[in-house]
Write a protein that binds this ligand. Structure first.
Ligand code: AMP
Length: 409
């Protein structure tokens, strides 16, 4: 593996796998460009060195080949704007970075445009997933892609858990000196490694969200590493019911009650403190205009459901978070999308920010907790916000991510 920041791209074509899987509205406007912005420093470094850039990505989940809805052509204008701030007309000016588009990621046009690309120019290839070979990890397809560039840069942490042609298989067609992580991927991997392998104690993991079943593996792995595990959100009620509590009609996975008990038992053996919410904001329906009250989490009346952690739980969680030196946060504490049930998630976000100000290292990963820190304007008050939801989860489950292994190996 080569080090991206030390590599001289002068006169070279960098084939960069990015994660431009951004949400688009019905008129193809990008509603959240975080993933595009996050990779701009990587692109700029190559261009500043005097190299050219070929970008490959997927968008959405097209099932039957090319579909207008999933075309990356909708991103070209915004990519141009990000690369040429202040110059919103995609006309070709002297100082502009030119952005070309190939309407197929392989084939004659892609090959020719890549060949003609001059230093300082960018080519965006059409959606990789228009070819089923991408997700199948097809070697011949990966080899075709590899021919487009001199060096392979993986900057797509969001798809690092997939063994696809462009994220993993392609790496074998480049010598060790010509394949590397981009700046974004490098930061993601470094932050994740710091938390998983080099965490300063006390290490507090905050796990929330809807389902226990999605988070069992991550909790099991964290039992080996964390000092405290805070469990909030809908998944907490499966634990509370397993311990004999009354949870009304709160979210519960009855087939996971034994798993929850096993986790609590193993935590005790390992001296890991598991913190469940002592009280909850309960509601008489799952709706923004529901009637609410505060109630002990193990005495929720029939017909009522816990939709947020309560004030006592918030206070206890805050105490744990502010004394921690390392914090991992995945998943909200309640239905934070609705104003009545956002206080717990907001308070946890504030505690994580306060602890970070006091010197803790905090990593926020997973779609909804990232959405939460953004919603509460605290993204720049935590140490690192991961762009990779599924990939970050699998990393913390202890799995080897194919996108990382392909570069390291
Ligand atoms: P996940 O994708 O598993 O991290 O779950 C995130 C979702 O869980 C969010 O959309 C939340 O609204 C939802 N959620 C959090 N707490 C609760 C709760 N107590 N009851 C129902 N849904 C919840």
């Amino acid at each position: 593996m080569s080090k991206f920041s030390d590599y001289d791209f002068k006169g070279k074509k960098a084939l960069i796998r990015v994660d431009f899987n951004v949400p688009l509205d019905a008129d193809f406007n990008i509603t959240d460009d975080t993933r595009m912005k996050a990779t701009i420093p990587t692109i700029k470094k190559v261009l500043n060195d005097g190299g050219s850039v070929i970008l490959m990505s997927h968008l959405g989940r097209p099932k039957d080949g090319p579909t207008d809805k999933y075309s990356l052509k909708h991103l070209v204008k915004h990519l141009f704007e990000l690369l040429n701030p202040g110059n919103t007309t995609p006309a070709i000016g002297e100082a502009s970075t030119r952005v070309f588009f190939a309407n197929n990621c392989v084939g004659e046009q892609a090959g020719m445009t890549a060949n003609m690309l001059r230093p300082g120019e960018v080519l965006l290839l059409e959606n990789l997933r228009f070819h089923k070979e991408e997700e199948a990890g097809d070697e011949a397809f990966a080899e075709k892609l590899s021919k487009l560039g001199d060096a392979y840069v993986n900057d797509a942490f969001g798809t690092a858990h997939r063994a696809h042609a462009s994220t993993a298989v392609i790496a074998k067609f480049f010598s060790p000196g010509n394949k590397m992580f981009g700046l974004l991927m490098n930061d993601e991997v470094k932050s994740a490694e710091k938390v998983l392998h080099n965490a300063e104690k006390p290490f507090c993991a905050i796990i929330g969200g809807a389902k226990v079943s999605d988070k069992i593996l991550i909790i099991e792995n964290l039992l080996q590493r964390a000092t405290d595990i805070i469990i909030g959100g809908g998944m907490a009620y499966t634990f509370i019911k397993a311990r004999g509590g009354k949870i009304g009609s709160s979210l519960c996975e009855d087939d996971r009650l034994q798993t929850a008990l096993d986790i609590l038992e193993r935590a005790k053996q390992k001296n890991v403190s598991i913190h469940l919410p002592e009280d909850s904001v309960i509601a008489d329906k799952f709706a923004a205009d529901a009637n609410t009250q505060i109630c002990p989490s193990d005495a929720i009346p029939d017909g009522w459901m816990g939709l947020d952690i309560g004030p006592k739980a918030t206070g206890i969680f805050n105490e744990v978070i502010v004394k921690s030196k390392t914090i991992l946060w995945n998943g909200p504490m309640g239905v934070f999308e609705m104003e009545k049930f956002q206080a717990g998630t907001k308070a946890v976000a504030q505690s994580v920010a306060a602890s970070t100000t006091n010197g803790a290292f905090s990593l926020v990963g997973g779609g909804d907790s990232v959405a939460a820190v953004n919603k509460f304007n605290l993204a720049d008050k935590v140490s690192y916000v991961s762009t990779g939801g599924g990939a970050m989860l699998e990393y913390f489950e202890g799995k080897v991510l194919p996108g990382i292994a392909a570069i390291n190996g």
